[in-house]
Design a protein around this ligand. Structure first.
Ligand SMILES: *Cc1c(COP(=O)(O)O)cnc(C)c1O
Length: 417
């Protein structure tokens, strides 16, 4: 049996554990993760790129639960971080500092300083100004910062516009054509070592041609810089591999490797290939469990109202993202077309619209599948709703990985003004 979620005897399970039991034990809404599923996804990446020196830097923003982070760190992953908070979480989880790469278009001085103090492996710089600031801070601290420059190759990832990052009109990276000039200036700065070039053109990419094109562009630039005498040590192709939210196919790092590795031919064998996958490591490993509160009809339309809302899982509202939704217990009831919605006071608070699924009744449990990435990490307290608990299932044992927030948590930061 493959790792993760599967159905036996009509019951949806996570690595053998019935989801109904978890709902009883931990309440709903509840995020449930399969450790084995994350491990299988990580190992698949590691194996796919075994032919070259490589590092798989997990992008924490997909899911920064410490239980998952500790395991990824132990398996040998690096970390791709985008804030001081994620830096602290990565260090706490045991990622060695030299395996941490700091990405992000708006790092503050305090965040740059924290990265320097920790001695992280690379800063993915997104502008010349950022490199100048980093140089000043590094010089003052008597440190050397290794910089990879994020370039924008102006390639359309053919994904959702909100998660396209490698187009000229996006805020990310620097123009590919200007990179050599910029790096010549950067290399002269005190406290700066130019370590390589990076790109990350988007997320939920299922078409690998744009990824291959970006790899070719970054490889060409790296060759040019090496020929000029830059002592590059890495090439970073970012993350962004999509998953199949319809559940029909699996993410395939092997297919990615088959498109990416040929683009690197001719580069020195010792150059470290860095990848920054987030979604493709954890999305399929997670399910959001929710209970049906009400089923109601409005002018011939049937609404299934869950105890989970857009504050718990934002992707359908933000990107009109598709997630499979299934009753946890299949009872063989007739199928019907429904809108599956949350309790939040927004029309945009939906998980699925005009979806055909087996009829459910109040009290039933439903599973919103493939929510291990950009699920809890994008959750909020909108409508003053506490964020859900998170449970990790490992070797048939379920453990609380983050307790449910309480109303006291929500109010704790308020001061009497
Ligand atoms: C978000 C992000 C990633 C991870 O993207 P996924 O689509 O989750 O794989 C990697 N690198 C950078 C710089 C990012 O911003």
């Amino acid at each position: 049996m493959s790792a993760g979620f599967s159905r036996t005897d009509g019951l949806l399970r996570c690595d053998g554990v019935a989801l109904g039991e978890l709902a009883e034990r931990f309440g709903t809404p509840l995020y449930v993760y399969s450790a084995a599923s994350v491990e299988a996804a990580y190992r698949a990446y590691d194996a796919a790129f075994a032919a070259v020196p490589h590092r798989i830097c997990y992008a924490l923003k997909a899911n920064s639960n410490g239980a998952l982070l500790r395991r990824l760190a132990a398996w040998g992953a690096g970390a791709d971080i985008v804030s001081g908070g994620e830096l602290a979480a990565a260090l706490r989880a045991g990622f060695p500092a030299e395996r941490i790469v700091f990405s992000g278009v708006g790092k503050t001085d305090a965040e740059l300083q924290a990265g320097l103090d920790a001695g992280i492996g690379e800063f993915n710089a997104e502008s010349e100004e950022e490199i100048r600031r980093l140089s000043a801070l590094a010089r003052r601290a008597g440190r050397v910062a290794h910089v990879t420059l994020r370039v924008n190759p102006d390639i359309d990832p053919r994904s959702h516009p909100y998660i396209s990052t490698g187009l000229r009109e996006n805020k990310f990276g620097v123009d590919l054509a200007l990179a050599p000039e910029l790096l010549r200036r950067a290399r002269a700065l005190p406290g700066i070592e130019v370590a390589g070039v990076q790109c990350h053109i988007g997320s939920q990419m299922t078409d690998l041609e744009p990824v291959a094109a970006a790899a070719r562009a970054v490889a060409a630039l790296s060759r040019e810089l090496l020929a000029e005498g830059f002592a590059l040590r890495s090439i970073d192709l970012g993350g962004g591999l999509g998953i199949d939210y319809t559940g029909e196919g699996a993410p395939d790092p092997r297919a990615l490797a088959a498109r990416v590795l040929p683009a690197l031919e001719g580069l020195p064998r010792k150059l470290l290939l860095m990848l920054e996958p987030g979604r493709s490591l954890v999305a399929a490993a997670g399910t959001l469990l929710a209970r049906v509160l009400y089923v109601k009809e409005n002018r011939g339309k049937r609404f299934v109202i869950l105890d989970a809302g857009m504050n718990d899982l934002l992707r359908p509202s933000l990107y009109e993202a598709f997630h499979r939704i299934e009753p946890v217990v299949e009872r063989g009831r007739p199928r019907a077309e429904v809108d599956v919605v949350g309790p939040v006071c927004e029309t945009g608070d939906f998980f699925a619209r005009s979806r055909e699924m087996e009829a459910v009744e109040p009290g039933d449990l439903v599973a919103v599948r493939d929510t291990g990435a950009y699920g809890f990490s994008m959750a909020s307290n909108y409508n003053l709703r506490p964020r859900p608990a998170e449970v990790l299932v490992e070797a048939g044992v379920a453990r609380l990985a983050r307790r449910r927030e309480t109303l006291a948590d929500l109010l704790a930061a308020e001061v009497d003004g």
